[in-house]
Design a protein around this ligand. Structure first.
Ligand code: PAF
Length: 280
């Protein structure tokens, strides 16, 4: 495993690989890797000549009152985990190298960023788009891998890459769950025992939606109400949103005809969890 810490060195390697016609797979992460990330890495390793995992807690995608300062970090552990699934390169830059004094560029993918998490986390997707554009320019990947758990992020990145003709294939990878259904997330470490137990209502409520959909229910209001009612059986759950959106545009739908995403964000004490399921 080669650890690249400098932006200049990463740019140099990216150029070299491109000149050698190497197909590079990129797995962008903020570290504290779990099995969800490792699934992305395994797929990248299987499909490309070489794989780079980026490990960078991107400060500009965190809001003022979010968890940037306490976001879990474990570079040593991450390198070992990535290496165990065949990743050969890790890019872990310093924030000052990615965003030197005077950095001034912002990016906005309209529409798709305005609902769900984009509505409550102002500036979040702008920060995601800037860092991914930088990573794509530095690493020059042939493919980049993202988890379906961050379903809106995946839709935003697809739109970004399409609109700007970025020469990278965006690959979505299914959600990896704990045995009891909780979606894997680096933020699960924040959950105390009681919250961890009650957080099971999230994946259960998605199954409620799926059952209704499979039985032929197409009234978004009814599906959302059933999901909400199930989440509310957990006394600690504070719902931020339960929404049914078009799976590509992220705009709310009244009657899901094309594939739709039932997405939710719920807080358990200070921990905000998201989850989703594609219907249709
Ligand atoms: O999903 C994440 O971990 C981050 O948003 C990403 C894509 C690595 C950009 O910082």
């Amino acid at each position: 495993m080669e650890l690249i810490k400098s932006v200049a060195e990463m740019a140099e390697l990216g150029r070299k690989w491109r000149a050698e016609n190497k197909r590079v797979g990129l797995v962008p992460t903020m570290g504290y890797l779990h099995e969800g990330h490792l699934e992305l890495a395994k797929q990248a390793v299987a499909e490309n000549d070489l794989t780079v995992i980026s490990i960078f807690v991107n400060p500009i995608q965190f809001g003022a009152n979010e968890d940037l300062d306490v976001y879990p970090r474990d570079l040593e552990g991450d390198l070992a985990k990535a290496e165990s699934v065949g990743v050969k390169y890790a890019f872990a830059p310093e924030a000052a190298d990615m965003y030197p004094t005077g950095f001034a560029t912002t990016m906005d993918v309209a529409g798709v960023t305005q609902t769900l998490c984009g509505a409550s986390r102002k500036g979040h997707f702008q920060g995601v788009c800037v860092v991914l554009s930088k990573l794509f320019n530095l690493v020059q990947p042939y493919r980049a891998y993202f988890g379906q758990k961050d379903g809106q992020q995946l839709a935003v990145v697809r739109k970004l890459a399409q609109d700007l003709n970025m020469p990278v294939e965006i690959c979505g990878v299914p959600i990896v769950r704990e045995a009891d259904g909780l979606a894997k997330s680096s933020r699960n470490v924040y959950l105390d025992e009681e919250c961890r137990k009650q957080a099971l209502v999230l994946s259960q409520s998605l199954q409620v939606a799926k059952r209704l959909y499979d039985e032929g229910e197409r009234d978004a209001g009814l599906i959302k109400a059933a999901v909400q009612a199930h989440i509310e059986t957990a006394p600690l759950a504070q719902i931020e949103y339960v929404e049914l959106v078009d799976a590509v545009t992220m705009q709310p739908v009244l009657k899901p005809e094309k594939p739709a995403m039932l997405a939710l964000a719920v807080r358990f004490k200070t921990t905000r969890l998201i989850d989703n399921i594609i219907l249709g």
